[in-house]
Write a protein that binds this ligand. Sequence first.
Ligand code: SF4
Length: 327
Amino acid sequence: MNKQLIDPFGRTVEYIRLSVTDRCDLRCFYCLPGDYRDFSEPEEWLSFDEIERVIRAFTTLGVRRVRVTGGEPLVRKNLPTLVTQLSNISGLDDLSLRTNAVGLSRQATALKTAGISRINVSLDSLRPERFKDITKGNLDKVISGLMTAKQAGFSPIKINMVIMKGVNDDEVEDMIEFCIEHDFTLRFIETMPVGDTGRSATSYYLSLQDVKNRLAERYELIPGVMPGGGPARYVQVAGTSLRIGFITPISQHFCETCNRVRLAVDGTLYLCLGQEHKFEFRPLLRAGISDSDLLEAARTAITLKPERHEFLEKPQQVVRFMARTGG
Ligand code: SF4
């Protein structure tokens, strides 16, 4: 039995972004509308056992990495229980979490004990008022969550900052100093036309090539460090241990080396962040599919994976909000 998932373009799929909820306790304006309420209902959610079955099938076929995400994963009740189930799946080498850290102070230790080794935290500003404008949230909660995670021993801790022209691009250097001080890894992300909110945010689009050039005037940037499982291209700031990753879906896409798919909370597998190609697992699971047929279903799903996004050619293409699958 072929233990690899090769898509129609010869790429090996070895990474799943697992959205355990489409709900969130923040409202980042480039992701979810402030008054959004049309979330999926609990009866539509995959149960922890169903999630485990799907992840186990994909792991049998070569998936090695799972990132738990949302919406905001920490709002899903008993998340450490699911993490324990996933961490017991043999062959899963890398189990990480992406969070906005609002609830991290309460859950960091339990998640670490359950099996999360490293975390990515979304943080677009270090200024309380600006943070509130972008997310409708409280910055203090996020910072205390981050500090609790540091004490709990997660490593690395990566900061994801969506760079927006005229919104927070004047904070790039502050965020670098913050990450140097706390020994965090920093990743800059370009805005993407995912959902109406993402499309409206592209009016604040700023190419990270411009940001990199600006930083090179102030810092000596050493290229080619820290290979990761994802799309970030890393540099190191000379004289520090800081690594900065640039995630550039618009200015320099990385689709030719794509290794991932996204499982939404309702069991829909999205084959590409920038397309609507999908495969439904929930009806199969609820119809009592066997383990061997589930493997076949996973293989079939990967044959649907498109070559790349068309964010520039068809910016209206992706209807769903980012919270549906996580980044
Ligand atoms: S846009 Fe699609 S093909 Fe490109 S890297 Fe993202 S998921 Fe992969």
